[in-house]
Design a binder for this molecule. Structure first.
Ligand SMILES: C[S@@+](CC[C@H](N)C(=O)[O-])C[C@H]1O[C@@H](n2cnc3c(N)ncnc32)[C@H](O)[C@@H]1O
Length: 266
């Protein structure tokens, strides 16, 4: 029994979860959520986060939402959490509930609310406009009680990066423009914002649908700038290391980024 408990603790530690921190802080904010929204019907907070997330339109799966929530809640280093690409706020709910419950930093949400380049039609329902999406997001944040704590930067991810301090981010979730140009641009702009030991989570890691995401991740891995923690469905979870050759990573990413811009222009 003791062996099993140790093995479980080791596994959590290996995956980057700080169980003590989670247990200590987990229900601090959660109590309010339970009593407000679910009456005496108590469910574990991560299930509540997923249920809440699925009450709004979105593109993030239940398993990925759960992972975002747990990472934001239990990550063992201090700092802020940044999400690039919030849309109507599904994944933001999971991150926000994790951040609030952990009392570790703030959630910074970044989106220009214009949809993805070339795919606008699959984003907007008929009659919806940019301002509808932003107001849906804001009403999600109000409904689930994180509008006051949230920092929303309503502009393109590259411009938004200038408003974020270097070495202040513990978790970076990249779910904006998944093209090679977009994802390499985001990694380049946010690399210095992310703390060593912090997590970088790439959504839509899939070679057929989004080869650019896979290519950017491969560059970071091959020069040792990140280590893979786990792949959950299409979410690639990695940790920024101090051991890699940062210069080589950034140089290779910059080259990919420049070439992708040229390809776009053709
Ligand atoms: C895949 S959706 C995000 C889905 C969301 N995370 C969810 O759980 O439903 C991508 C979002 O990224 C935003 N986006 C795309 N490119 C962007 C850019 N360069 N800067 C800021 N936001 C961007 C789009 O407006 C869109 O809302």
């Amino acid at each position: 029994m003791r062996f099993l408990r140790r093995a479980f603790a080791y596994l959590l530690n290996y995956l980057g979860f700080d169980l003590k921190r989670a247990v200590r802080k987990r229900y601090h904010i959660g109590e309010d959520f339970f009593s407000q929204d679910l009456g005496s019907h108590r469910v574990p907070l991560y299930r509540y986060a997923v249920e809440a997330a699925f009450s709004v339109d979105g593109m993030t799966s239940a398993r990925v939402c759960e992972e975002l929530f747990l990472r934001a809640l239990t990550q063992p280093i201090d700092g802020n959490v940044v999400e690039i690409g919030v849309w109507k706020g599904r994944s933001a709910i999971c991150l926000a509930l994790g951040v609030l419950s952990s009392q570790n930093g703030r959630l910074i949400c970044i989106d220009h609310f214009e949809g993805n380049r070339g795919k606008e039609r699959s984003y907007f329902k008929s009659g919806e406009t940019v301002s509808d999406i932003k107001s849906s997001f804001l009403s999600t944040a109000r409904q689930f009680g994180f509008d006051k704590q949230l920092v929303l930067i309503d502009e393109s991810s590259i411009g938004a990066s200038e408003k974020i301090q270097d070495d202040s981010v513990r978790l970076l979730f990249i779910d904006g423009d998944h093209s090679l140009f977009g994802v390499t641009g985001d990694v380049l702009a946010y690399w210095d914002k992310l703390k060593v030991g912090g997590s970088i989570l790439f959504d839509d890691f899939n070679v057929n649908s989004f080869p650019g995401v896979v290519e950017a991740v491969s560059v970071l891995l091959s020069h040792g700038c990140i280590t893979k923690s786990v792949l959950i469905e299409r979410l690639f979870v990695a940790t920024k290391t101090a051991d890699g050759d940062s210069e080589k990573c950034l140089w290779a990413l910059r080259e990919l980024h420049e070439n992708a811009r040229d390809l776009d222009a053709v």
